[in-house]
Design a protein around this ligand. Structure first.
Ligand code: NDP
Length: 286
């Protein structure tokens, strides 16, 4: 049986520990503030007083803390004691942080797998909870079945920064979705439509618009930007969105940003192209 050390029992770490215990694993848990997640005790968790105690007998060390600073503060003093173990870092971080952690692990003969959790704590353990992994492929394969208890594991490459990159890119897409949804809700509420009622219109609309993303992706990859609604048309339509947004007293930053990207493309002579062309403004070709 794999012996697991779980460092961090916040909202996410406590769920990660729970599914391992329910799956029959032996789990030693540590949290900076003692006594967190008391329900884990009845499931058989071993409480460790220090991170050192938690990892002593573990083959697999899983860390899930607030950020990279916290992770390094906890792991740095453990470097020599982690030798030969597999470290799975599920703390959210940047690709550069993941690569730096991988170099640190390699310097100390620690097998390093970096992870990105694409799920909320309530989803942990469900098949639709996606967890991205990158780094030491052999270590990942060895522990794949154990990691699968967190949610569907997907190994995305040997570059230890790749899971973090994809994680943050996916979260960026989510930010756009939620920011747009909240802006739309604010405008609807100004017109006397309650948020819940409006959501009944908004959600199917966003589902339908999601269906356009694959075509946009193809246009970006192939650099063929014809076929969709023209930017020349859309840049004018944005005038109406921005004016209505102002009239409703809502912040126009999202809309003026989008219109600015469109206008730059139109001014560069790409008014007949579709939305995919915005990629050249968002990330200019070097
Ligand atoms: P919480 O705020 O609930 O927990 C944070 C954890 O980090 C606690 O265990 C806290 O300990 C610990 N911690 C913070 N600073 C230090 C430090 N300096 N030294 C030691 N321990 C420290 O966060 P979550 O559990 O929700 O998130 C953990 C990670 O998971 C984050 O990187 C987050 O981005 C990621 N994540 C979270 C999701 C979510 O929906 N919650 C979704 C996907 C990823 P203490 O109890 O003592 O404060």
């Amino acid at each position: 049986m794999t012996r697991i050390a779980m460092l961090g029992l916040g909202a996410m770490g406590s769920e990660l520990a729970r599914v391992q215990l329910e799956g029959g694993a032996s789990v030693a848990v540590w949290n900076r503030t003692p006594g967190k997640a008391p329900s884990l005790d009845a499931l058989g968790a071993t409480r460790a007083a220090t991170p050192d105690d938690a990892i002593r007998d573990a083959d697999l060390v899983v860390v899930c803390l607030s950020n990279d600073d916290a992770t390094r503060a906890v792991l740095d003093p453990l470097a020599t004691r982690l030798r030969g173990k597999t470290l799975v870092n599920l703390t959210n971080g940047t690709p550069a942080q993941a690569r730096r952690m991988a170099r640190w692990a390699s310097d100390h003969d620690v097998r390093y797998v970096d992870g990105g959790i694409m799920a909320t704590p309530e989803m942990i353990g469900a098949p639709h909870a996606l967890v991205l992994y990158a780094g030491d492929a052999a270590a990942f394969e060895q522990h794949r079945d154990v990691l699968a208890r967190f949610g569907a594991p997907r190994f995305v490459g040997d570059d230890p920064g790749r899971a973090a990159l994809l994680d943050l890119a996916l979260l960026t897409g989510m930010c756009g979705l939620f920011a747009g949804a909240l802006q739309a809700i604010a405008m609807a509420r100004h017109g006397g439509v309650a948020a819940e009622e409006f959501a009944g219109l908004l959600v199917p609309w966003l589902h339908a618009m999601n269906g356009l993303v694959p075509a946009i992706a193809t246009s970006v990859d192939t650099r063929r930007f014809e076929g969709g609604s023209s930017l020349a048309m859309q840049v004018l339509a944005l005038d109406n969105l921005i004016e209505a947004s102002r009239e409703s007293g809502t912040d126009t930053t999202l809309l003026t940003t989008m219109q600015g990207w469109m206008r730059a493309c139109v001014d560069a002579g790409h008014g007949a192209d579709d939305l995919g062309r915005l990629i050249d403004v968002i990330r200019p070709v070097s």
